[in-house]
Design a protein around this ligand. Sequence first.
Ligand SMILES: Cc1cc2nc3c(=O)[nH]c(=O)nc-3n(C[C@H](O)[C@H](O)[C@H](O)COP(=O)(O)OP(=O)(O)OC[C@H]3O[C@@H](n4cnc5c(N)ncnc54)[C@H](O)[C@@H]3O)c2cc1C
Length: 672
Amino acid sequence: MKTSRVRIGGQSFPLHSLNTIVIGSGAAGLNAAVRLHEFGQTDIAVVTDRFGAGTSANSGSDKQTYYKLSLSGDRPDSAFDMARDLAAGGSMHGDIALAEAQGSLEAFFHLVGLGVPFPHDRFGAYVGYKTDHDPRQRATSAGPLTSKLMFEALAAEVRHRKIRVFDGHEAIALLAEGRGAAKKVIGAVALDKKKLSSRNRGFTLFNAANVILATGGPGGMYEHSVYPESQTGSHGLLFEAGAVAHNLTESQFGLASVKFRWNVSGSYQQVVPRYISTDERGGDEREFLNDYFPDMGALATAVFLKGYQWPFDPRKAVDGGSSLIDILVHEENVVKGRRVFLDFRRDPGGGGKLAPFEPSLLGPAAYGYLERSGALMATPIARLRKMNGPAADLYKSHGIDLAREPLEIAVCAQHNNGGFRGSVWWESSLRGLFPVGEVCGTHGVTRPGGAALNAGQVGSARAALFIARRRAGRPLAAAAFVRAAKAVVLEKHGQAGAMINREKTGSLAPEACVAEVRRRMSSCAAAVRDPEEVRVEKARARELWLRARREIRVASARDLAKAFKALDLALTHAVYLEAIGEYLARGGKSRGSYLVPDPAGRPPHPLLGERWAFSLSGPGDFVNANILEVRLDAADRVRRKWVPVRPVPAADGWFETTWDDFRKDRIVVEEG
Ligand SMILES: Cc1cc2nc3c(=O)[nH]c(=O)nc-3n(C[C@H](O)[C@H](O)[C@H](O)COP(=O)(O)OP(=O)(O)OC[C@H]3O[C@@H](n4cnc5c(N)ncnc54)[C@H](O)[C@@H]3O)c2cc1C
């Protein structure tokens, strides 16, 4: 890496020139850096707003899952089977699914080698279990904090390899040269958060032959979110650069605690807690599920099933299925404005025609599970302590004692299946830009639990291999870089100055902008998406973005990072709403993890009324045979394109020809 200073518009800026920068320090970004180094490309650096922030380092569930090819039991598995299962939810390209399946074991053992404690038996079998959308037992886990353990192991390796980390650097723009198909990313502008009050406002320029973007999911867009507070996302960077995104409509929503953000999946439901709602002040307590189930056995079994059917799924919302619970929580919380809690202190009490809960009322599978776990105790908290003590301790370590207080929950945004489109080497539509991890939307309408962590590891490893083999060249000479970067640097620097100097009257505070984004997304673009509301709100979202560009004001330079983040989120939500609007305009119905009200359908429960009527999208629908791609054009319009889903390639593993191609370096090659 070469460090110098350059002058642009009368200001002096630090310039770091190197082969590759990795933006973001989650499990995907750190793996990209480690892999580049392993493959021999050492002219690299990680640029991150805060080391230790993001989803990987701060999220989990009762048993956080990693999905890979099966390595245990006596049933054979194959990468082709796994690829078909990854793509089975629809709207996932088959070649990407195959690459993720083929790469899953290498990625997994790379983590094992770095010390992530995935459990194995005495014969060396890395035993698995079945997760959601998984027909096999491909899931494994290192416990509630799998992604944190991955982050820590990869961070230790980054330190061990002495890879340079620019901590406290928030990327605010990507830099590119050329136009149309020849457009190429050449680096990025970041704010050095320790130097915001200096003359150049902390602007730091990176001149890189390649940019790996690992900035995670757009968690900051939602009011009800289980993404950690530190994970807001930076999709606006890529939209502004013109990168093509796809499947933005597909996200996962599910029940999570709100005071401390955590998924209440698995054991938290299998011990059958009492669901209660109260008014704003905690009065008028009701066991609101009671009205919707014919008997306590059906209610308790639906709660139990929610454990491993965690994401909201409209297909499971009818006939007393487990996703009816998400709808009922949404109805209490969002529609009626009440607070909803899981109470682990007492069993569901029944009432009316419902008997009080006792384990013998559960369906045979659920009862058998508790019995085999030795967890037929008298209260949910006792059952939880027996079945998964660490799950109860986890809340205690965050100041919530489940034995003493109920746990407030909501239906929250958890993961974005879509994101930026990548090639089989994870290169975006812009040459030199490689989105990896959650920002790269490889998944389709549904995904097996754990597939996100696998995709992040496989994608970052493949991007690193491709860069090491094909893009090992030097970055631009400083003068050429300045020529290409000047316009964007001046624009962003000018914007920073304008935001600081703006009059207070008629201005928009970053916090107010973000609050509006969050309200809008959670009310009409999360688990429930009313077409009429989306039509109105997508226009308002665009207005907010345009207004934010004109009116955001910060009291001092110290708040610049916050202001750029608000701008990013305003743009991101406007593009997401355009994508959702396009899906609905094409007749898209309920699928994945969201419900689209449809008067021609039927309500999930008679008591919920016609307002909740919906119908499911069918496999032959246009929206399922095609994937919606969107991008922002040079005039800031959102361009849309539907492209057919590519199937899983046919098996073609003839050794002699592959070996020949391999020896002649014809495997890791530029895409046609
Ligand atoms: C509660 C919860 C439970 C989950 N459980 C599972 C599970 O069981 N299995 C599974 O497969 N997946 C699960 N996921 C999803 C999975 O954890 C994430 O998709 C994954 O960790 C994302 O990793 P990442 O490296 O892409 O991004 P992150 O880990 O989010 O990292 C993003 C990084 O980018 C940085 N950053 C962002 N913007 C900028 C910027 N402008 N400049 C500089 N740095 C920036 C952030 O600080 C952070 O370092 C879960 C998610 C949640 C929220």
